[in-house]
Design a binder for this molecule. Structure first.
Ligand code: GDP
Ligand code: GDP
Length: 436
């Protein structure tokens, strides 16, 4: 569950985003109707030798600070705060610079493994020039070339070696969820209202492990919940905390660590582009999703106000048609007590497993109801469906030719599954395979 994070730091133009893209290697598949997900590529998933990690390009955060020195300082601080392992990139062509030394000095103070990579070592002579960089005191520099892709294997071997071991895989019965949304929609207010003023938040100790930023509570039935990244919802006043890209990155990381994501909208403001960004990511990441429309107390209501708002959400977030919508107020606490139950239900739906026999009855009925399409004179044939994993529910469907399973028929099958089983709040993935 807790995927480690690797951050890339370094001066502008040393090749951070080039290396970032190399490591991510375009593995991100863009779901056709999800807008805005991969626009800002500063956060993505990487993997090496079966080790998964999240990767951040701190250079892409662009804090817009006046002083260049402040900017790289803040970026290095973000790396220290967010990452388990830091890749510090320098440029062999410019040799060692004063700014490299500044960054190194900030990184020394962190209790995090730092791996020094010297980029643009495109040929053997340049690879000789990396010895200067020993003076940074960060151990052996790794010569790499982002444009040629050389040296990355050794670098990633070292990264993987330094990743934290997956030790805390204790049976976690806690339902992990996060509240995401742009600033001022009321996330912190919701957190406080849900926890109740008298409940002490014990786990918020700044600067310790990642878990310390999560908050646990228990509902009446004894079900434990973990609110992910509670600390990120409070403003702590660092320069970078209020920048959009930083908060988006933070939200993406919280989504990755959650099973259910509460997308918080502000009823008094309506829906804006920024809301779609993180919601799209939650969908892409296959998390359970609930829309929480907050500040419902501020809205003048008549009989169909709620319906109208619902329609607007459905229109703006078409790909999230499975997400339930609740209208709440952190201020008056209206309907807040329903939230834990709803989160629990979505969590159950998200992790449910359906037996193949039942599944194939549904499939048979579906194909009878709507015959499979004819594509360029060839008919799609579906033979068998089986659930291969949960969280999110993922089904493999065996067909004569995977190319023939178009979006619309896939959509139809997903809808049939939704009609038969309760998958509210959960995405459904269908993967076609050719039957041998
Ligand atoms: P960033 O500002 O650190 O993210 O740097 P970029 O990734 O945008 O790269 C800055 C420039 O360096 C671009 O023009 C890249 O094409 C170039 N560059 C990146 N990696 C290499 C490399 O390994 N060798 C050479 N010669 N140029 C590179
Ligand atoms: P965050 O940035 O998403 O964490 O938002 P905050 O929780 O800091 O709330 C932003 C502002 O909205 C504050 O002034 C809150 O008092 C106000 N607010 C939050 N929830 C509600 C609500 O349900 N109703 C009303 N009227 N105001 C709210």
């Amino acid at each position: 569950m807790a995927t480690p994070t690797v951050a890339i730091v370094g001066r502008p133009n040393v090749g951070k985003s080039t290396i970032f893209n190399r490591i991510v290697n375009e593995r991100i598949s863009i779901v056709e109707d999800t807008p805005g997900v991969t626009r800002d590529r500063i956060y993505a998933h990487g993997q090496w030798l079966g080790h998964q990690f999240n990767l951040i390009d701190t250079g892409g955060i662009e804090l817009g600070l006046d002083m260049f020195q402040q900017e790289i300082r803040a970026q290095a601080e973000i790396a220290i705060e967010e990452a388990d392992v830091i890749i510090f990139i320098a440029d062999v062509k410019t040799h060692l610079t004063h700014d490299d030394e500044t960054i190194a000095q900030i990184l020394y103070r962190a209790d995090k493994p730092v791996i020094l990579a010297v980029n643009k070592a495109d040929n053997p002579e340049q690879r000789q020039d990396i010895y200067d960089f020993y003076s940074l005191g960060l151990g052996d520099p790794y010569p790499i070339s982002g444009s040629q892709g050389t040296g990355l294997g050794d670098l990633l071997d070292e990264v993987v070696k330094k990743l934290p071991q997956d030790e805390d895989h204790e049976e976690d019965q806690s339902i992990r969820f996060s509240l995401i949304g742009r600033p001022n929609v009321g996330k912190s207010s919701l957190v406080n209202a849900m926890l109740g003023e008298d409940r002490v938040i014990v786990s918020d100790i700044e600067g310790t492990t990642r878990d310390a930023i999560d908050t646990k509570f228990v509902d009446e039935s004894g079900q434990e919940f973990t609110m992910v990244d509670t600390a990120g919802m409070r403003k702590r006043g660092r320069v970078y905390e209020s920048t959009e890209k930083y908060s988006v990155m933070r939200a993406m990381s919280a989504i990755d660590r959650s099973q259910v994501v509460l997308v918080v909208l502000d009823a008094s403001r309506g829906i804006i582009e920024q809301d779609k960004h993180v919601a799209g990511y939650a969908h892409e990441a296959g998390r359970g999703v609930i829309f929480v429309v907050n500040k419902w107390d501020t809205v003048e209501k008549d009989t169909d106000t709620m319906k109208k708002f619902e329609d607007k959400i459905r229109q703006q977030f078409q790909y999230l048609d499975y997400a339930p919508i609740v209208f709440v107020s952190a201020k008056t606490k209206q309907r807040l007590s329903n939230l834990p139950d709803l989160i629990k239900r979505v969590s159950v739906n998200h992790s449910q497993r359906i037996q193949s026999a039942v599944l194939n009855d549904v499939l048979l009925d579906a194909t009878r109801l709507t015959p499979t399409p004819l594509v360029k004179g060839k008919r799609l044939r579906v033979y068998y469906m089986t659930q291969v994993s949960a969280n999110p529910p993922t089904f493999v469907i065996f067909v004569n030719d995977p190319e023939l399973l178009h979006f619309s028929y896939k959509r139809f099958l997903i809808n049939q599954l939704r009609k038969t089983f309760d998958f509210e709040g959960s995405p459904i993935h269908i993967i076609p395979r050719a039957r041998k």
